[in-house]
Design a protein around this ligand. Structure first.
Ligand SMILES: Nc1ncnc2c1ncn2[C@@H]1O[C@H](COP(=O)(O)OP(=O)(O)OP(=O)(O)O)[C@@H](O)[C@H]1O
Ligand SMILES: [Mg+2]
Length: 431
């Protein structure tokens, strides 16, 4: 059940109304008028309902929205509704509040917070480490600060970025992903900032850049650790000045975006090496969310396996895959997953395509999973080579499955076409 905070001079009556829709917790401390009661422990609440017809509501709204979604309500008043939304209210309701409307708005928020028993949206985990990540996501969602998501490849940085946006007051505005390593320096400015018609040969129309398109929403710089010095300078300038100019443009355009970045590199040591600007690093890394590798939270494996079976089983049209045998699950709980959750998902997806039984069995697994621990990949000094070998193996089978179609293979691996092309070249994979 959600813990609902009601701030209103009519809190007593409202509490009865919330109780009738069975959302307010039966907690004697919550009964009665909470307005003006500053001793309330705010951190235990999931959502707040703030009456705008109470004194000092603006200040309260600004405080509360740092901690939880705030639903504003008042007598019909468009000006107030707009002001509250501008200050960060997640929704506005008109008085008198009706139980159906309350049910509807709370259900929507309940879905956001409790969409999954053990996680948020698409991000699953029962481990303590992941519970910490969830609480950071919650905090990041209600704040306006920039967020840097770090973690090894395949730990789920992208779904975390999307979840932060989805739960933020910006959720009705765009979420734009910029795959940093896919934009060459020559196209950087036109992609990010756009151009005016006639500004260069071939500019036959005015084009908005990604930053402008994301206005009011969130800009996700994926793989920020891979960008060139020029890219870094351009982004830093944008953050410092809070405005951009289209190529060939005559005036500045104010930027209203929240930046979330992700990197599988340790950006702090990149700064020390001088390959990443530390002034940019500090601006991006206001809130850091570090995603732990799967091998440090193997207790998440059973739930992830169940999640991926449900996700991929419908692809088998000829057979209903119901689950996994205990023995097979045991094998999966003992793996070390250099490719993290992505590797686990890949194993499940592949196994589902090849199995001949409604239950996944040990015999369905690729042979490398079944080697004895001493034969298994070790993480010690040769991690890089081992990762490259695994990457090569996964790319090779994806290419085989797609019969050499790079776009399809990239989609099945969950990466961009250009990234796959680069990896093919780097790993010298014959296509
Ligand atoms: N906790 C999780 N619950 C459910 N799915 C997850 C989880 N973590 C990762 N995934 C899934 O694993 C896959 C890999 O995640 P993602 O692409 O976000 O990795 P990444 O951290 O961005 O890696 P890279 O640095 O290689 O880009 C995705 O399909 C994602 O949905
Ligand atoms: Mg990624």
């Amino acid at each position: 059940m959600l813990n609902v905070l009601i701030i209103s001079d009519e809190a007593k009556e409202l509490y009865e109304l919330f109780k009738s829709v069975r959302f307010a917790r039966q907690d004697s401390k919550q009964k009665g008028d909470l307005s003006g009661n500053n001793s309330v422990n705010l951190s235990k609440y999931d959502i707040a309902f703030l009456d705008l017809n109470t004194m000092g509501w603006q200040q309260r709204l600004l405080e509360l929205r740092q901690l939880m979604p705030v639903i504003a309500f008042s007598k019909p008043d468009i000006k107030m509704a707009v002001e509250s939304m501008k200050l960060g209210a997640s929704d506005f309701l008109e008085k008198p509040l009706a139980s159906e409307i309350l049910s509807d708005v709370i259900s929507r928020h309940r879905k956001k917070f409790l969409g999954h028993k053990y996680g948020f949206d698409e991000i699953i985990g029962t481990s303590k480490l992941m519970q910490e990540v969830f609480s950071l996501i919650k905090k990041a969602a209600v704040s306006e600060s920039n967020v840097l998501i770090t973690g090894e490849s395949g730990t789920g940085k992208e779904p975390v970025a999307k979840a932060i946006h989805k739960w933020s007051p910006r959720d009705k505005k765009p979420f734009m992903t910029i795959n940093c390593s896919a934009i060459p320096d020559t196209l950087l400015e036109s992609e990010l900032f756009g151009f005016e018609k006639g500004s260069f040969t071939g500019a036959n129309y005015t084009k908005k850049g990604l930053v402008e398109i994301a206005s009011g929403g969130t800009l996700f710089f994926d793989e920020i650790g891979d960008v060139s010095p020029l890219f870094q300078t351009k982004v830093l300038r944008m953050l410092q000045e809070g405005e951009i100019m289209r190529i060939g443009g005559a005036h500045h355009i104010k930027v209203d975006v929240r930046i979330i970045s992700a990197s599988n590199k340790d950006l702090m040591s990149e700064c020390k090496k001088g390959t990443f600007r530390d002034d940019l690093f500090y601006r991006l890394n206001v809130i850091n969310i570090h995603l732990p590798p799967l091998r440090e939270r193997l207790e998440d494996v059973p739930l992830l396996v169940e999640h991926f079976i449900n996700k991929h089983a419908p692809k088998r049209k000829d057979m209903l895959i119901r689950g996994i045998s205990d023995e097979a699950l045991n094998v999966l709980i003992k793996c070390s997953y250099p490719g993290n959750v992505r590797e686990l998902e890949n194993i499940i997806e592949r196994t589902i395509s090849f199995t001949n039984s409604p239950e996944i069995l040990v015999s369905d697994f690729p042979s490398y999973l079944l080697q004895s621990p001493s034969q298994k990949r070790s993480f010690t000094p040769r991690l890089k080579e081992e990762l490259a070998a695994l990457e090569k193996e996964l790319i090779w089978s994806a290419l085989q499955e797609s019969r050499g179609n790079i776009s399809k293979a990239a989609a099945s691996l969950g990466i961009f076409r250009q990234q796959l092309q680069r990896k093919i070249k780097k790993l010298k994979i014959a296509t």
